[in-house]
Write a protein that binds this ligand. Structure first.
Ligand code: C2O
Ligand code: CU
Ligand code: CU
Length: 516
């Protein structure tokens, strides 16, 4: 496979040339402290806002990803997934070459219950190596599907683990080092829904595809021949920001509403774009869950922002016969380059004349005890700037942090440059202690695995590393703007048994996970 321009432009020399270009295009060069600042200021003048409000036809029924079939084998719920290439109609007047799992584009929704053992047989039928990561899942690092669990072309990987976390909307996607953006962009994205008894006991919509709807929101840019535009122009340091929105792979989607209340499981599955979701009439909805599960109580809002990889479950009430559009407007970030100032039509909801069910949802959901700050035995600082974390670009052979199993820690995460970033931690769901010293807003007080870091902001996150020690297999933490991740805005941590201290020198001497 030939290299895309995106990959070719990753060398240091090019980066420096781009930096000079940005600074040359910018007034007040002296104010620029970092290349990131240059990227933002320069690009602001180079990228026009996109506004698709009123320009989307909404002429295709929303595709609902099928539920993945499973078999019980000796008490283990077993799934078969095959990564493959194919082509689909994405509204470009023909077909578009894409990648998918068990089909040409996107992936089936995996569903399993807390307490179940699962095993997934992942076969890579692509013509290059990939991996498959269970985003948001608490599981052994060896099963995590990160850059150390490469699946060579033609081979099968068989991770297995115990589902041991609350009901939630997780997702899965490839994570091959340096190529995650391209693999996700081509279509390798699926949802992973976890069920549990507490969620099942609540009066919430849960008819999959009927009143409980997955919404995988992704932007794409197309070439004239209908193929995916995978190039990033030289100033596009955030990667591709597309002008076409797909929901579950459907361009211009509508959904026929048959019930008074509908639960939407929204995943920002885009490589770069943040969204600020709201309905065209600014109606209120209830946010009931974030990345890692239900909130203590529904939070009434009329807009919710999601950076790449974040999820929100919302419940919306519809009146008979009405048509309502979900849209996205400018978000808190000033990052026009990342699409943060665009206006987008996303999906139209068309309510039937008779709607079944009720418009009520519970006042209280589940208990989400706050992790006390006093429980933390260690604080670590993570500074995000210039495609690096704490000044270091990702190195597969370097362990950046070693955590002791059983410990609760505070991770202080700060965005120090002019670009928008976010921060994702593998293995754990964390809670936000504060944002720039302020208590988080109610909808950010539940379990999270990814937080948005607008420019200059500092988040303090608290998390407990309860299980799964390994001296060999690390977990990742990284910016989930996939081009930033691929460029090196990622680090690795080990969770080790108390008393063990694995230093990075030992690690690089004894490991060669890279190539297998
Ligand atoms: Cu969505 Cu490292 O993950
Ligand atoms: Cu992840
Ligand atoms: Cu970033």
């Amino acid at each position: 496979m030939s290299q895309s321009p995106d990959e070719r432009s990753t060398g240091r020399r090019v980066t420096r040339r781009r930096f000079l270009r940005w600074t040359a295009a910018t007034v007040g060069v002296g104010a620029l402290a970092a290349a990131g600042g240059g990227a933002w200021f320069g690009a602001t003048y180079l990228r026009a806002r996109i506004n698709t409000i009123g320009k989307v036809d909404f002429d295709r029924a929303l595709d609902i990803p099928p539920l993945a079939e499973s078999q019980m084998v000796d008490g283990v719920r077993t799934f078969d997934l095959t990564m493959q290439s194919g082509e689909v109609d994405l509204g470009q007047g023909g077909t578009t070459p894409t990648w998918g799992i068990n089909g040409p584009h996107l992936a089936p929704t995996i569903r399993a219950a807390r307490g179940e053992q699962v095993e997934v047989h992942v076969t890579n039928d692509l013509d290059e190596a990939s991996s498959l990561h269970w985003h948001g899942m608490h599981l052994p690092a060896e099963m995590d599907g990160g850059p150390h669990q490469t699946i060579p072309a033609g081979q099968t990987w068989e991770p297995h683990w115990l589902i041991d976390q609350p009901a939630s909307t997780l997702w899965y996607h490839p994570h091959p080092h340096g190529h995650t953006a391209r693999h996700v962009y081509r279509g390798l994205t699926g949802m992973f829904i976890i069920d549990d008894d507490k969620e099942a006991a609540l009066e919430l919509p849960r008819g999959y595809g009927v009143d409980d709807i997955p919404l995988i929101v992704q932007d794409r840019q197309f070439n004239g021949d209908g193929s995916l535009d995978e190039s990033s122009s030289v100033w596009q340091s955030d990667g591709i920001v597309g002008d076409t929105i797909l929901v579950n792979g459907t361009p211009g989607p509508y959904f026929e509403v048959t019930t008074q209340t509908v639960r939407l499981r929204i995943l920002n599955g885009s490589n770069t774009r943040p969204y600020n979701f709201a309905f065209d009439d600014q109606r209120n909805f209830s946010v009931i869950a974030t990345d890692g599960g239900l909130l203590e109580a529904p939070v009434e809002m009329n807009a919710v922002q999601l950076s790449p990889a974040e999820r929100a479950e919302i419940v919306v009430t519809f009146a008979p016969g009405e048509h309502v559009r979900l849209q996205s407007g400018p978000s808190d970030t000033r990052d026009r380059l990342a699409g943060g100032t665009d206006h987008l039509d996303i999906i139209e909801f068309r309510a039937e004349e008779q709607l079944s069910g009720t418009s009520q949802i519970p006042d209280e959901l589940i208990a989400v005890p706050r992790i006390q700050e006093s429980a933390a035995v260690k604080t670590r600082d993570f500074a995000l700037a210039g495609y690096a974390i704490n000044g270091d670009a990702m190195d597969m052979a370097r362990i950046d942090e070693v955590v002791t199993r059983g410990d609760t820690e505070i991770w202080t995460v700060t965005n120090f440059d002019g670009m928008t970033h976010n921060f994702h931690v593998h293995d754990v769901q964390f809670q936000i202690l504060d944002i720039d010293g302020q208590e988080p807003p109610p909808h950010l007080r539940g379990w999270k695995d990814t937080v948005w870091l607008p420019q200059g902001q500092r988040f303090r996150l608290i998390m407990a590393f309860t299980d799964y020690a390994s001296n060999e297999w690390p977990y990742m933490y990284h910016c989930h703007i996939l081009r930033h991740e691929d460029q090196g805005m990622m680090g690795q941590f080990l969770v080790v048994e108390p008393g063990e201290s694995t230093r990075s020198e030992d690690y690089s001497a004894s490991n060669d996970h890279d190539g297998h």
